[in-house]
Design a protein around this ligand. Structure first.
Ligand code: HEC
Length: 275
């Protein structure tokens, strides 16, 4: 009896261990044209192209940082990302960045510095993020040369990278009316929205993020905020209302210029008539 019983138990223990082990090691999920795969953080940190790199102006930590990291190109090899595609970066808190393929691949196409994927060492975790109860790990996308990169294009707590269609094609309901002139401010505002707001907010149900509310359904903020209060809220949410669990960051003139803010508000006002 026991001879038949114990091997079964061992089998079950092995199966449980196999389920438990991957949960312990940080893994990065990858989705490309040819299907799904995953990479292990420890293996990435030991990759021949991994380095200790310095980030002079780290966006998430707000100071200079040093990380163990690999060029993002190493991680993307085989995923088939093209400049016209979008790299969707999904974080564990619902933050979801849509990074233009051309930006991610800019170094390969003669532009300024490429992005790197920083890997948090399991034995030596990074510091807690300012005002948060967690670190930027297990994976954090950093830009040693940050020119031309927006503040919301530094996703942290990354769990998945996926090659997708550009957000405007994937979710036509986030786009302005096709009849708007090419130089209409709402068109420029749409670009600001996609880069800086769609990472947390949906628009007409479009977008991959789940961190903040939809900004057009049921109502658009232009319909219940005084224009000055809405500008203030975007610049510094805590100057309008504040509570401990508040999650929206403020956007200073460094992140969104006055002209871009005008465009963004024109986009929101336009979308209020386009539900
Ligand atoms: C990192 C995530 C994040 C980003 C980026 C972000 N928001 Fe938010 N936003 C939130 C969350 C979460 C809330 C809900 C309140 C809170 O927790 O701060 C919110 C609330 C708001 C509200 C108030 C809605 C209401 O009815 O109370 C407005 C308006 C808003 N965001 C607009 C924007 C705009 C415009 C942008 C882009 C410039 C933006 N947000 C970028 C996360 C974000």
């Amino acid at each position: 009896m026991s001879g038949r019983f114990f091997p079964g138990l061992r089998c079950m223990a092995a199966a449980l261990l196999a389920l438990w082990l991957p949960l312990q090691a940080a893994t990065l999920q990858l989705e490309g044209a040819s299907g799904h795969t995953q990479l292990d953080g420890a293996a990435l940190a030991a990759h021949p192209q991994a380095r200790d790199i310095d980030i002079p102006a780290d966006v998430a930590y707000g100071r200079a940082m040093r990380y163990r990291a690999v060029p993002l190109a190493v991680v993307l090899a085989g995923l088939g990302l093209a400049p016209g595609d979008t790299l969707e970066v999904v974080a564990s808190d619902g933050f979801t960045a849509q990074l233009p393929g051309a930006l991610v691949l800019r170094a390969a196409h003669g532009g300024a510095g490429e992005p790197w994927l920083a890997i948090e060492p399991e034995q030596a975790p990074w510091p807690l993020l300012p005002g948060k109860q967690h670190t930027a790990g297990p994976f954090y996308l950093v830009w040693p040369q940050a020119q031309g990169v927006a503040s919301e294009q530094w996703p942290y707590a990354i769990g998945r990278l996926a090659v997708r269609e550009a957000p405007e094609r994937r979710w036509p309901q986030i786009t302005v009316a096709p009849s708007l002139p090419a130089n209409h401010p709402a068109r420029r505002g749409q670009a600001v929205f996609v880069t800086q707001c769609l990472v947390c907010h949906a628009m007409n149900g479009g977008g991959g993020a789940t961190m903040g509310p939809d900004l057009n359904r049921p109502l658009n903020p232009v319909e219940y905020f005084q224009p000055d209060a809405l500008r203030r809220l975007i610049r510094d949410p805590r100057s309008v209302r504040a509570w401990p669990g508040q999650a929206m960051p403020g956007f200073g003139a460094q992140q969104i210029s006055e002209a871009q803010l005008d465009d963004l508000l024109a986009y929101l006002a336009h979308m209020a008539r386009r539900r």
